[in-house]
Design a protein around this ligand. Structure first.
Ligand code: NAD
Length: 246
């Protein structure tokens, strides 16, 4: 129970890595706040968290909608009195090579992956600073560190959240708030649905463990970073890729 009663907001928690993180946090004793665009997915995730014996609240919201984020944080504080952890997990892809990418594709990814992380973090920062404690965790990617064919927009945002992480670790660290990023390799979730099988096979070959990651293997790292066991980890980018970039 490393996260006993830690009030933990997880964005994009209706499926994939976010859902696995919500369930892991539940197992570790957290109070889990599920946020996602998909209302049905939010309901199902809240029920799954509760089925594990943890308290949960759900919010169907878009992380680009600042008033909705502020209302969610106000409701969480009203009910539980504090916010201990924010996992900025919601993210999207709209892939195209540089020469083909439309401004709409660029803007959509920047809006969710960068502006959404900015807004959600700003929405909790004052509360965490006033508490003198808190943890913000950002979803980066190996793509943000090394780039990837066809992912100009996505790579820029995933490198961008590393910039957020380093900056907030300096700004908020003195107030007792830690900020870290996780950079997964390729993980088996619906986000990979549009990636051709041939490309996925090539990715598997590149990984020394010869397989893609599982959502639970990323969730485990979020849980560790959110816990007091990680009390001296601040401003770090933890790569969880099965060694694919070695
Ligand atoms: P996913 O597509 O399976 O799930 C993402 C969830 O975020 C969905 O439930 C979706 O509804 C939600 N979401 C999308 N836009 C939203 C918005 N504007 N507001 C609220 N919710 C929104 O993705 P995943 O593979 O679980 O990825 C989770 C995070 O991890 C993303 O930030 C992704 O970039 C990052 N990541 C994933 C991989 C991978 O291989 N799966 C690798 C590296 C990083």
């Amino acid at each position: 129970m490393r996260l006993k009663n830690k009030v933990s907001i997880i964005t994009g928690a209706a499926q994939g890595i976010g859902l696995a993180t919500a369930l892991k946090f539940a197992d570790e004793g957290a109070i889990v706040i599920v946020c996602d665009l998909k209302a049905e997915g939010v309901k199902a995730a809240v029920a799954a968290v509760q089925a594990r014996g943890a308290q949960a609240l759900g919010f169907a919201l878009n992380v680009t909608d600042r008033p909705a984020l502020d209302a969610m944080v106000a409701a969480v504080k009203e009910k539980f009195g504090r916010v201990d952890v924010l996992v900025n997990n919601a993210g999207i892809t709209k892939d195209a090579r540089l020469v083909k990418m439309t401004e709409a594709q660029f803007d959509a990814v920047v809006d969710v992956n960068l502006r959404g992380v900015f807004h959600a973090s700003q929405a909790v920062a004052d509360t965490m600073c006033a508490q003198g404690a808190g943890v913000i965790l950002n979803a980066s990617s190996v793509v943000g560190i090394y780039g990837n064919f066809g992912q100009t927009n996505y790579a820029a945002t995933k490198f961008g959240v590393i910039g957020f992480t380093k900056t907030w670790s300096r700004e908020l660290g003195p107030k007792g708030v830690r900020c870290n990023a996780v950079a997964p390799g390729f993980v088996e979730t619906p986000i990979l649905a549009t990636v051709p099988d041939k490309v996925l096979d090539h990715m598997r070959e590149q990984v020394p463990l010869h397989r893609l990651g599982k959502p639970e293997e990323i969730a485990n790292v979020y849980a560790f970073l959110a816990s007091d066991e990680a009390s001296y980890i601040n401003g770090a980018v933890i790569e969880v890729s099965g060694g694919m970039t070695v």
